[in-house]
Structures are given as C-alpha cells and as structure tokens.
Design a binder for this molecule. Structure first.
Ligand code: ATP
Length: 258
C-alpha cells in the first residue's frame, strides 16, 4: 500500500489532499463536486458528468494538449471581439471554477449567467450566491424572461438581456440539445467538454477539449496577453484555428495516446 492510499474519501478541506499526489487534480475535482452537491449547488447528476469527464481526462493525459491551447486562444480572441459575450454557469461549473469564471468575465468584460439543466429557484439562488462569494458583482439568469427556441420549457429559460441577446457564449459542460439550439440561434458558441464526440463540442464553433479546471485560467491568460492586440490580429487567430483538426487531435490522443 502506498502512502497515497491513505487519502481519505471524505476529506473536509481540499488542503488535506497532498499536492504531490499522482491523482491530485482528480481528487480536488471530485472533492469540489461533492462539496457542490452538499451546498445545493450541484445536482446529483453532476457527479455522473464528472465521472465521465474524469475518464476522458485520464486518457488525454490530464494536460492541455496543443490543439486545446489553440482553441482556448481562439476563444479568448472571440470573447475580446464580442459585442455581448456571456459565460454560462451550471452546477458543475460553479462548484469547480467559480473564482476562475469571475476572473475570465472580468478579463473579457462578459456577463455571467446561471443556466441549469435541473432548474430550481433554490439552486439558482445558491449558485448566484456562490458566485458573489467569489467576487461576481452582477449575476444573470434569475429573471429568465426569454426562451431559447426549439427546446422544452424548463431548459429553454434564459435572460432576455443575457444569453438570449449574446453574440458569443461560453457553454462549459453543456447538454447536447441546448448546445444545438443555441447554435441554431447563430451565436458563436465556445464549448468546454472533455469528450470530443459529445454533441456539444461537435456543434460548437470553438470546441475546447480540456478539463475546465485548466481551460478557464488558460483562456484568461490568453485574453490578458491579447488585451492590446488589434482587431486584425484577433481575427487572424480565429481564422487560423481549425475546429475539425482540434476535434480529431483530441480523439486521436484519447484513442491512441498520440
Ligand atoms: P451530450 O453532450 O451528447 O448530451 P453527455 O450526455 O455525455 O453528452 P452531459 O452529461 O450533458 O453530456 O455533460 C457532461 C459532459 O461534460 C461530458 O461530456 C463530460 O465529459 C464533460 N465533463 C465533465 N467534467 C468535465 C470537466 N471537469 N471539464 C470538462 N468537461 C467535463
């Protein structure tokens, strides 16, 4: 038995997980999702989503592969060029990267909107509070006065001055139906999802196949570096990004390890 086998399954604080543990990032992720469920932020189904993501991340090598980095840079360029960028937050996103989403929103001047698959007033409020605790000033998604066309009532709810009006949306860990419906609204969709075969990255203009824990800080770093770039430079970055190549490269890494 290695010393690492002694990491308890029910650690109370993530500081109790040793940073040099070979499964450190995965343990932190699991811990944050469990905390999210306990705090009423994350739905139980979010644990299954996390399990799927964790398996894909293992096969990716738990690192940001070059094609994902290129996608994150192109996403930053899109967000900087956008008139009305919005970052969508669900229960897993709120549990895993609340402060990081607030930082990305600040870096690209975007709104944050709570958007849930299993929508209840309690969970919306809990997530909005959680985001405010991590520095968010204005959280959208509570009004829900507009509907995404071609989706069932509950999942279609969005804010009229939020996702409904956005030209560029970041939808991490999004369900396939909603990703398709947003695409039909002709928004520029940036999806973060560890499964390159999932429908959401398949329909996204910018599919980011990376763990959200790594992807969001890296998008912020690119946005900060590109803050003074010209419109022409940003457009070149977007044009040079090849979504088909990015999806194929991620699948190749997962299937064959190369
Ligand atoms: P579809 O998009 O086709 O409906 P699905 O039913 O597998 O596929 P969901 O359960 O709706 O998808 O969403 C979960 C998705 O989020 C999975 O594809 C999973 O790989 C991904 N995922 C889970 N955790 C993370 C994470 N930490 N970072 C990035 N992606 C993740």
């Amino acid at each position: 038995m290695s010393e690492y086998d002694t990491v308890s399954a029910d650690v109370q604080h993530e500081e109790e997980i040793p940073e040099d543990h070979p499964r450190y990032q995965d343990l932190i992720t699991r811990h944050r999702i469990e905390n999210g469920v306990e705090k009423g932020i994350t739905h139980l189904q979010g644990m299954h989503a996390e399990g799927r993501g964790s398996a894909f991340d293992y096969l990716l090598g738990e690192e940001t592969i070059p094609s994902a980095d290129a996608a994150e840079r192109a996403a930053a360029a899109h967000l900087l060029l956008a008139e009305k960028p919005v970052l969508s937050i669900n229960g897993n996103v709120a549990a895993l990267v609340p402060g990081e989403m607030v930082e990305l929103a600040d870096a690209v001047d975007a709104d944050l909107e709570v958007n849930l698959f299993n929508r209840t007033p309690e969970r919306i409020e809990a997530i909005a509070d959680h985001l405010r605790e991590h520095g968010a000033e204005d959280v959208k998604g509570l009004t829900a006065d507009a509907r995404i066309p071609n989706l069932d009532h509950q999942r279609a709810k969005v804010d009229a001055d939020g996702i409904y009006a956005a030209d560029v949306v970041v939808v991490p860990l999004e369900d396939g139906d909603r990703a398709e419906a947003l695409q039909e609204m002709e928004k520029t969709e940036i999806v973060i999802d560890l499964n390159p075969l999932s429908r959401s990255p398949q329909v996204a203009e910018i599919p980011i196949v990376d763990n959200i824990i790594r992807a969001v800080p890296n998008m912020t770093a690119h946005a900060e570096e590109l803050a003074t770039a010209s419109e022409a430079e940003l457009r070149t970055i977007i044009e040079e990004f090849d979504r088909e190549h990015a999806l194929a490269a991620a699948e190749e890494r997962i299937r064959n390890g190369v």
